[in-house]
Design a protein around this ligand. Structure first.
Ligand code: KG4
Ligand code: ZN
Length: 330
């Protein structure tokens, strides 16, 4: 086998390219943020996102290859996100990967972004003892699953409506904290006190999540109490999210009796969540695996890491975009 996989991730608003070996060593990574382009819109503007990916993608590939001093001959494969994500953004990554694949004679694999998040804990030699319970908390998704190894999982539950990250972003907007919402809420919550009693949707029921009710209840509170302290509101919102997420994680640990608890996705960058999950894991005597913050949010290294699993299994998912791709689909 050749040493490197070139990962390409363009599912949303970051153009990310990385070179990763089988052990998860990241030789080079470049992530071009579109933050400034979308800031004025208060969310990601899809057409502008694909245009920005198009401008950034080839120079970013070139830069990563040059920085690591790697040539196409050193590549085992190209791994590119095929979904879930914005169709225009996915198409830029997929068509670039297809063109490079043809030009270089290197096979290209269409990768499920959610599998990338799952494999983010394997980067830089990260070792996990399986079986494990994994919780993915990102802007697009929220789910909890049982992993028998790095590849095989049983989905326990997902969200019925908004993801946790989405509700962080929406609450941040309501409170005038701007983008990116997650870190802004973290900082405000750290200064505030969780004095407001907000609902804990579905906390006591199985493994499904629902965050839209929590978000609406924050909106109602702001409407009826316009002078509410932003810091206390943030702290109360974060406390409600933590309560629900830790209850589900604890339930999964009790039922599945795994060796490890893995928390991945953008919201895994939240210090409150990192602390709260640390407590859940130590109470139940399991190892906690949290990717460093740079691997928690979207990045191409995790996509390359996931691509290695497919290469090893001899499975080659096609370069077909699937905006609503689910975890259950390879
Ligand atoms: O995994 P990710 O980068 O993209 C998706 O696949 O969705 O997650 C992005 C989400 C956003 O909703 C963002 O607000 C949230 O992760 N996020 C955070 C933090 N950093 C990013 N949420 C809480 N605290 C953070 N520090
Ligand atoms: Zn993601």
């Amino acid at each position: 086998m050749k040493p490197w996989i070139l990962g390409i991730e363009t599912s949303c608003d970051d153009t990310s390219v990385a070179l990763v070996d089988r052990a998860g060593t990241v030789a080079a990574i470049e992530t071009v943020s579109q933050f400034e382009i979308h800031q004025a819109f208060g969310g990601v503007y899809p057409e502008l996102a694909s245009r920005a990916h198009l401008e950034a993608i080839l120079p970013t590939v070139q830069k990563v290859m040059d920085n690591a001093n790697v040539t196409p001959d050193d590549l085992e494969a190209i791994g590119v996100t095929r979904g879930p994500g914005l169709i225009g953004s996915l198409l830029v990554g997929l068509s670039t990967a297809e063109a490079l694949s043809l030009g270089w004679g290197v096979p290209a694999y269409g990768i499920n972004h959610l599998r990338g998040h799952i494999r983010s804990v394997g980067l830089e030699g990260g070792q996990v003892d399986y079986p494990a319970v994994i919780m993915l908390v990102s802007g697009g998704h929220t789910f909890v699953a049982e992993l028998t190894d790095a590849w095989s999982y049983r989905l326990l539950g997902t969200t019925r409506d908004d993801s946790v990250g989405e509700s962080y972003d929406k609450v941040a907007r309501m409170l005038g904290l701007g983008m990116p919402g997650g870190p802004a809420i973290d900082r405000a919550a750290a200064r505030g006190t969780p004095v407001l009693r907000l609902p804990r949707p579905m906390k006591n029921e199985g493994y499904e999540f629902s965050f839209s009710g929590l978000k609406s209840s924050v909106a109602r509170h702001i409407e009826t109490h316009p002078d509410v302290s932003v810091d206390d509101m943030s702290a109360s919102f974060v406390a409600a999210c933590m309560d629900v997420l830790t209850a589900k994680a604890a339930r999964a640990l009790e039922e599945c009796k795994p060796k490890s608890l893995i928390i991945v996705g953008g919201v895994a960058a939240s210090p409150q969540l990192r602390d709260a999950m640390g407590k859940v894991a130590s109470d139940q005597g399991v190892a906690l695996h949290l990717p460093p913050i740079k691997w928690a949010t979207d990045n191409a290294a995790m996509i390359a890491m996931a691509a290695w699993d497919y290469v090893e299994r001899g499975e080659k998912p096609a370069l077909v975009p699937k905006p609503n791709l689910r975890l259950e689909t390879p």
